[in-house]
Design a binder for this molecule. Structure first.
Ligand code: BTN
Length: 329
């Protein structure tokens, strides 16, 4: 309880510094805001310093933040976060098996919509089709988001496509790179994978209880950080951009984009998302092979249906609907 109270107070402090931007906030102002003494404010400021924040304290003016830590702690992410729901509850862990696993437990226990679980490192990061997801320490965004949309279970894959669009928009906003989406959920740069998305469900037959969206973004890895088997197929934003990017800023922008697209989707349906998704897709109009569990389909990708299903036209003119597959371009 005491711990919870402390983090609630720090949340208030961070929100105040977010609003004040470069301005100083006086000790008295902060004390009134959180309803404690100025000495207690000072103790909270010391806690923020321990987390890696640098704060300037000037007599008669007060405090302001001058530098933020390169961690993805809740305080660091909240500083400047522009969302209403997503990321309002953040669980940050140093090292976990998989953020998906924690998200499933929290969702089951009733976590509110928009709860985010972030880890610096995952020891058994999960990918699609039971693959491993390489998640080394403090170099990427390893994050799960809990959503509770009121939609029928078959529509859940649409959330993967919404997330892919949000990731592309976030990377485009922060860099001059132009990532592309490979159906259904890979984000590529120069043909190599920079992001993977894994959408999992807690549902009854006719009702979604929660959707857990797992997002893995390779941000600050160098080529040498990858094991040999990944070197030819994976890349990171910093490899492509030539410099490092703040993971916390990327998370903030991504959560804002995802929230906007999610609202648009709940309000207007999938059609506007479909148009955006197709505008970023690498495979549409191209010939490709889709390897499904029942066999391979070769043909031209026509686009996606209203439900996010890939349509492939084979040489006989027959159109196949592909729900789940590995795509080779
Ligand atoms: C894929 O492309 O196969 C999907 C990869 C998804 C990786 C993310 S990282 C955060 C979350 N936790 C996991 O264990 N997996 C997802």
């Amino acid at each position: 309880m005491a711990h919870k109270l402390q983090s609630e107070i720090r949340k208030k402090l961070i929100d105040a510094f977010t609003k004040s931007k470069e301005e100083y906030l006086s000790g008295q102002y902060l004390a009134n805001l959180i309803g404690c003494s100025r000495t207690a404010v000072w103790k909270h400021i010391e806690e923020l310093r321990k987390e890696g924040f640098e704060l300037e304290a000037v007599r008669r003016k007060g405090y302001r933040i001058t530098k933020t830590p390169e961690k993805v702690t809740p305080d660091e992410i909240r500083l400047g976060l522009q969302t209403e729901t997503l990321g309002r509850q953040i669980h940050h862990e140093e090292s976990v098996d998989s953020t998906q696993k924690i998200a499933h437990r929290l969702a089951y226990e009733g976590a509110q919509e928009g709860t985010v679980i972030i880890a610096e490192e995952q020891l058994s990061g999960r990918g699609r089709m039971d693959r491993r997801w390489h998640s080394p320490k403090s170099t990427g965004v390893w994050m799960s988001v809990i959503l509770r949309p009121n939609i029928p279970p078959p529509k859940a894959p649409q959330l993967t496509l919404i997330t892919a669009v949000a990731v592309v928009q976030a990377i485009e906003e922060l860099t001059d790179l132009t990532p592309q989406i490979k159906w259904p959920n890979d984000i590529l740069m120069n043909g190599k994978k920079v992001t993977g998305i894994l959408t999992e469900l807690q549902a009854d037959a006719d009702r979604i209880i929660s959707i857990i969206i797992g997002i893995g973004i390779n941000v600050n890895q160098e080529l040498d950080d990858y094991p040999d088997e990944l070197k030819d197929i994976a890349t990171s934003i910093s490899i492509e951009k030539g410099e490092k990017l703040s993971r916390a800023e990327l998370i903030r922008v991504l959560l804002a984009k995802l929230e906007n697209l999610y609202k648009l989707y709940l309000d207007k349906g999938f059609y506007p998302i479909k148009l955006l998704w197709e505008s970023y897709a690498v495979s549409i109009g191209k010939n490709l092979t889709a390897r499904t569990i029942t066999g391979s389909i070769y043909g031209k990708a026509l686009g996606i249906t209203e439900d996010g299903v890939l349509m492939i036209e084979d040489s006989s003119g027959k159109v196949h609907h592909v729900y789940s597959a590995d795509i080779e371009l």
